[in-house]
Design a protein around this ligand. Structure first.
Ligand code: FA5
Length: 349
């Protein structure tokens, strides 16, 4: 009779060969039962016959049987995995239609006003301006007095101010919701020495009736440059670059005299209407120009208030209405659309 050792080797070779060529999961399962089945399995039967062997033989054949068992189990698992993979590959090949539209991904993005403010700010940071921010609840001093609006100054009336009930500053004057971003100028200059080059984006508040072009909460981007020998020509240069970067076109801008107590001279800046190339259209009300911001050379009184010497330094400041820029850039005719959070509107940006 063939020694048990050889029988085991033959069984191992045969089983491995058959497992490798099993056609499917059913064939594989019946091979598992045939060789490793608990009752009738061929290997199990061999193990059962060990009882009749001597102690030495039992040990040697026992070890070999365990080895064979391990090898067969490994081969069965490997084969099962490869059969499953083949099955998946086949079903992908036959049922996956890459031309079907995919399930859409809802991706969040920045609000159009945030995008526009980022665009504005990046024009100036590329020129070397730093970003400075200030609080929305301000002192009367920073919002008005330091900006040359003494308590009885009539220009205060043009800012319909929200006061913060029951909260006062150190001088017992009521706090307020800032009406413009200009108080950041004061905060920055009182804590930094010249030269100063900053932009300050932020939210401002005015107790105004809401209509298509006015809101009681809106956004501005303030700019301030203080250095030696700064003139209106410098202001014109940066604003022209701003217009060209944001709206394309030739960067045409126009200065009109205006009045803000904290600048002298004060100007309002119009940008050449890129929708009609300055020829006149309904958006620019046939003027060829769009009013975009207030600006001017910083009033020496303000410089003195923050501790600068107007004999040594001069500067310009500007305040851009972010909603106005966004409305013009995207052809939006009602400011209220920005605040309604209607996804049909927001998804367009
Ligand atoms: C100011 O607020 C000045 N602080 C700007 C300034 C800064 C002048 C530095 C000189 C130097 P004004 O009130 O004009 O100025 O507002 C500036 C811009 O904010 C306007 O051109 C307009 O685009 C926008 N704006 C003003 N009021 C509203 C409002 N109710 N709703 C939406 N945008 C507004």
């Amino acid at each position: 009779m063939e020694p048990l050792k050889d029988t085991l080797q033959t069984l191992q070779d045969e089983a491995l060969r058959r497992i490798e060529s099993a056609a499917d999961a059913i064939a594989l399962e019946s091979l598992r039962v045939e060789y490793l089945g608990r009752k009738e399995g061929r290997l199990t039967q061999i193990l059962r016959s060990l009882a009749q062997l001597s102690a030495d033989e039992k040990k040697a054949i026992g070890q070999q049987s365990n080895q064979v068992k391990g090898l067969l189990e490994e081969a069965l698992t490997r084969k099962q995995e490869s059969i499953e993979k083949e099955k998946i590959d086949l079903s992908l090949k036959t049922s996956l239609d890459l031309t079907l539209p995919a399930t859409p991904w809802m991706r969040g993005k920045c609000h159009p006003l945030t995008q526009v403010m980022d665009d504005i700010v990046s024009v100036f940071t590329r020129l070397g301006f730093n970003i400075a921010e200030g609080p929305e609840v301000e002192t009367d001093f920073n919002n008005f007095t330091a900006l040359n609006h003494p308590p009885d100054h009539p220009a205060r009336d043009s800012h319909d101010t929200f006061y913060v009930k029951d909260f006062k500053d150190g001088a017992n004057v009521p706090l307020l919701m800032r009406t413009h971003t200009s108080p950041v100028q004061v905060r920055y200059m009182t804590t930094h020495k010249p030269p100063v080059y900053i932009v300050s984006p932020g939210r401002v508040f005015r107790h105004e009736a809401v209509d298509a072009t006015h809101s009681y909460v809106f956004h501005q981007v303030e700019g301030l440059a203080i250095d030696t020998d700064i003139s209106l020509a410098d202001l014109k240069g940066v604003l022209s670059l701003f217009a060209k970067s944001l709206f394309g076109g030739d960067g045409g801008i126009r200065f009109r005299p205006s009045y803000f107590p904290f600048v002298e001279p004060g100007i309002e800046v119009d940008i050449s209407c890129t929708l009609c190339q300055g020829k006149g259209c309904s958006v620019c009300k046939n003027t060829g120009w769009i009013e975009m911001l207030g600006a001017g050379l910083v009033n020496p009184k303000v410089l003195r208030t923050v501790g600068y010497d107007p004999e040594q330094v001069s500067g310009y400041a500007f305040g851009i209405g972010a909603e106005r820029v966004a409305m013009f850039k995207y052809g939006i005719n009602d400011i209220r659309l920005f605040y309604e959070n209607d996804l049909r509107f927001l998804k367009q940006f």
